[in-house]
Structure formats: structure tokens, C-alpha cells
Design a protein. Structure first.
Length: 110
């Protein structure tokens, strides 16, 4: 790809973690000030975890692994098995701007 979307509108906040959360994983709010691995609509992508706290990107461009390859453009996505997955009925719409089928990652605007 000849262009870069890195740095666009990035917004990162810190949450406590519940359960197993790791970098690159879509997460959802599970309790007041806490996130867990998403099993449905997600609020952001975990950038890293340390001492029970997760840095979660809530907006901007992020590249993350997919379970089911999305199409570019606005696509309804959910968190599933620690990755993003398409879900036309229950997903939230995100802008998918690039797909790497070899690495099985997608660049999305949160």
C-alpha cells in the first residue's frame, strides 16, 4: 500500500481488564471502568496490557486481525475469538480502508 492512515484521529484511554485481554484484540466495556474481550459489538482495540490495565484505542485508524474477512467500505463488524468479524445483523458499522489477506488483518477507522 502506498499511503498510510497511521495517526489519524487516534484516541486512547486506559481501562482495567476483566479476563484475558491482549494487544490487537477488540474489547467491550464490561463494568464501570473495565473492559473484556469482545463477544459482539466492540468499543475499541486493545493496544497493550500491563499490570491489569489495558490501553484501548477508541477512535482513529487501527490495523487488527480478522476472523471473517470484511469488505472495504462501511462494514458491520463484531468482536469474535479475539479478532474482528463481519456480522450484518448485529454488527456496528466501521469504515474498512485496507485489507491484508496474507497477514489476515484489516485497517479500520473506529
Amino acid at each position: 500500500m502506498n499511503v498510510s492512515f497511521n495517526g489519524f484521529g487516534e484516541n486512547v484511554v486506559t481501562f482495567e481488564t476483566e479476563g484475558s485481554v491482549s494487544a490487537g484484540m477488540p474489547v467491550m466495556v464490561s463494568a464501570s471502568g473495565k473492559v473484556k474481550a469482545a463477544s459482539g459489538v466492540f468499543c475499541g482495540i486493545c493496544l497493550g496490557v500491563r499490570n491489569g490495565y489495558a490501553a484501548v484505542q477508541l477512535s482513529g485508524y487501527v490495523k487488527t486481525a480478522y476472523d471473517t474477512a470484511p469488505a472495504v467500505g462501511y462494514t458491520k463488524l463484531v468482536g469474535k475469538n479475539g479478532k474482528i468479524s463481519t456480522d450484518a445483523s448485529d454488527g456496528r458499522e466501521y469504515l474498512v480502508v485496507d485489507i491484508d489477506t496474507v497477514a489476515k488483518t484489516a485497517g479500520i477507522i473506529l
